[in-house]
Design a protein around this ligand. Sequence first.
Ligand code: SF4
Length: 453
Amino acid sequence: MDHAKSAARFAADEARTHWHDQALYALRGKRDRAAATVPEWEQLRETAARVKEHTLSRLAEFLEEFERNARRNGIQVHWARDGEEHNAIVHGILARHGATRLVKSKSMLTEECHLNPYLEARGIEVVDTDLGERIVQLAHEPPSHIVVPAIHRKREEIGDLFHRTIGTEAGLSDPKVLTEAARQHLRQKFMAAQVGLSGVNFAIAETGGFVVVTNEGNADMGTSLPPVHIACMGVEKVIPRAKDLGVFLRLLARSATGQPVSSYTTHFHGPIRGGELHVVIVDNGRSQSLASEVFRRSLACIRCGACLNTCPVYRRSGGYSYSYLIPGPIGSVLGPQRDPAAHASLPFASSLCGSCSDVCPVKIDLHHELYAFRQVLVQKGLVPLRKRLAMAILGSVLSRPWAYRLAGRLLRWIVPRLPRWLAYGPWNAWGKQRELPPMPKESFRDLVRKEPP
Ligand code: SF4
């Protein structure tokens, strides 16, 4: 899947593109205002970046410490090498309890492992309980954003979807009414669930506990009503100490939605009375990223979504134009690490303006990583032939002053004489939406020579 082609399909609907752009930019504005209320914001970012760097430098030790302490708390810890093992572990727990009804709160990791289709194929009803996740699940779509998964859907479309799938009245579009309908629908699912599954925002090595952050309280409902709770986490979710948590929680909510704090920050330190608590720790390619000097920093991500909201390419091309399940700048770094050939167009889906790096609460140098990945793709021969040829010609012209001067002279003469069909042919992607600037009669060099400074 080529990002540019998919983006062109999204951008063909101008009204939607504009509205999507505005909705996400509003989130970016909220983030800016929230960050401005914290005088030590930059210091917090710096501390968060250092804590993550330190954690990643001793990841195995912190994970083992977390496991020891979690077991001491009565938590059952499982290790999964990849998505397949993760899914088999979750299914094994469900099967041991004879469970066929699972409620889930938002977890990008389970999306990454394709847990829903895996369980559904084995007769398990899986219900996503985050409102946005439930909307995309009912629409049989993946999330288009990591924090607001249904941001691409208008309220009228959601009214129509609910009418078709959960039997609400036709023509509803009031968000309050729609939310209430979803609440009633989900309540029945919570009451009937036999097992609850959640993600993990932060796992604390020192205490063996973990924290789940939501705005809807669905993780709390889903993990306190059923007797069995399964929490799934990537290896990168561990942090060393309880006191580090404050740094990340202050950054996370403000960066994600501009709130000073998320509505629910729930700490889990053991199973509920008479119940079971399982933690599944998943690698799924993360060790490979850890081994890379350049790309290991992407493991520091706390999934706030700020880099998506600020990215001019994401805002105007939508989440589905990205071939990897996590879209935007961070997805364009993570996806090619997992499968460079499948996601080769993603590092190019960026203007390299650097806005993503500026807003990232853990200071991942996203635009540098995107740039570095372009070079990896060139070395692997995964860049289209047309682009490789164009770059080879350009490189050769730019490295020879005489060739550069000659090319300039030729182009100044030829371009104004080209028929329009030729100048704006399919090879001129830049000219699809813009007019080429008029060719100057003289080069900058000629002008300076005539009028020395
Ligand atoms: S890369 Fe940074 S800004 Fe983007 S989602 Fe992760 S933490 Fe947030």
